[in-house]
Design a protein around this ligand. Structure first.
Ligand SMILES: Nc1ncnc2c1ncn2[C@@H]1O[C@H](COP(=O)(O)OP(=O)(O)OP(=O)(O)O)[C@@H](O)[C@H]1O
Ligand SMILES: [Mg+2]
Length: 303
């Protein structure tokens, strides 16, 4: 946890930024079972990842403009907003996945524990080990369940002691162990969609990341599998810092401590671009947002 001064510093830094509003999270909600949001004091825990005026271009098109936001340690931050507003684009800046799109260019600063993630000496492979990603469609390798989980530690040369124990631990961490312990040599693709997604989460946590990015991880799943993943996210948030993109506002309200609302706007020059409107404690954002555009979106008047 950050100390008070750290928290105050963060608020004062954030308040200098025109695109972000950070309200003091509602301490009054502490202890209310099932209520969304954080019970953090002002400022909350320190930022693990921090975006500072990050813009992303695809060729000449500026897809997202000047996004500044902290991603706080061991908290779930949800990114919501209408299709095309740049949620996936911004998520990808956080572990340099945009590097894999030839036309993409990132300006501004993305830092990880204060270090510039895009500095020339930074190895993007190492970035993605520390900041893992789970995609919309479960994408296990066409390998055994065991090998799916062992793959990352093997290719990165991670020292794990006993691999069997390590695989078990990752599968337990992804709440999948009990369902697969008798068939670790079966193909990962033979699992149900929800199990495959938990296998992908196990594969991600097997390399001991600090941050897990999830881009609509439940959109291909049924409500029961979705519920399992949401429960799992609560558990994962005790150890990991999580950022989730979701189209489902109820899901954002259920799983996240902080929510960032993005929208797509047309500027004076007629250029359509994504923009962060409001970052707030989740409970506050969904009940008493600071920005009219957020209110219109969450009440269904827009998007
Ligand atoms: N690989 C790409 N090449 C060119 N333009 C892209 C690429 N990916 C995204 N864009 C553009 O960037 C903008 C933001 O797209 P992005 O996929 O980040 O939105 P999103 O908020 O995740 O939308 P959705 O909710 O539909 O997933 C859109 O205008 C989109 O067309
Ligand atoms: Mg997307």
């Amino acid at each position: 946890m950050g100390n008070l001064q750290e928290g105050l510093d963060m608020i004062s830094i954030a308040s200098d930024r025109p695109t972000v509003r950070i309200a003091a999270p509602g301490a009054d909600r502490a202890g209310h079972a099932g209520t969304a949001g954080s019970t953090d004091g002002p400022g909350g825990p320190p930022a693990v990842v921090e975006l500072d005026r990050v813009s992303v271009f695809y060729g000449d098109h500026e897809a997202v403009r000047e996004t500044s936001m902290p991603i706080r340690q061991r908290r779930v931050t949800a990114l919501i907003g209408p299709s095309g507003c740049g949620k996936s684009t911004i998520l990808r800046t956080m572990n340099r996945m945009n590097d894999l799109i030839p036309s993409a260019r990132v300006t501004g600063r993305v830092s990880y524990h204060g270090q510039d993630l895009y500095a020339p000496e930074v190895d993007p492979i190492e970035v993605r080990r520390r900041i893992g990603m789970v995609f919309q469609k479960p994408n296990p390798f066409p390998k055994s369940i065991y090998d799916n989980v062992a793959y990352g530690p093997r290719v990165t040369g991670m020292k794990v002691g006993n691999m069997d124990d390590h695989v078990e631990q990752a599968l337990r961490g992804a709440a999948l162990w009990d369902e697969v312990k008798g068939k670790l040599r079966s193909n990962g693709l033979a699992l149900s969609g929800g199990q495959q997604q938990r296998l992908c989460i196990a594969r991600t946590i097997a390399v001991r990341p600090e941050v897990i990015l999830m881009d609509e991880p439940c959109s291909a799943l049924d409500p029961i599998a979705t519920g399992r993943i949401e429960e799992l996210m609560h558990e994962l948030a005790q150890h990991y810092t999580i950022v989730i993109v979701t189209h489902n506002m109820q899901q954002a309200a259920r799983v996240s401590h902080y929510t960032a609302f993005f929208t797509a706007e047309v500027d004076a020059a007629g250029v359509r671009h994504g923009k962060l409107v409001e970052l707030n404690d989740t409970g506050k954002l969904f009940t008493d947002p600071d920005d009219k555009r957020t209110e219109d979106y969450i009440t269904g008047r827009f998007g």
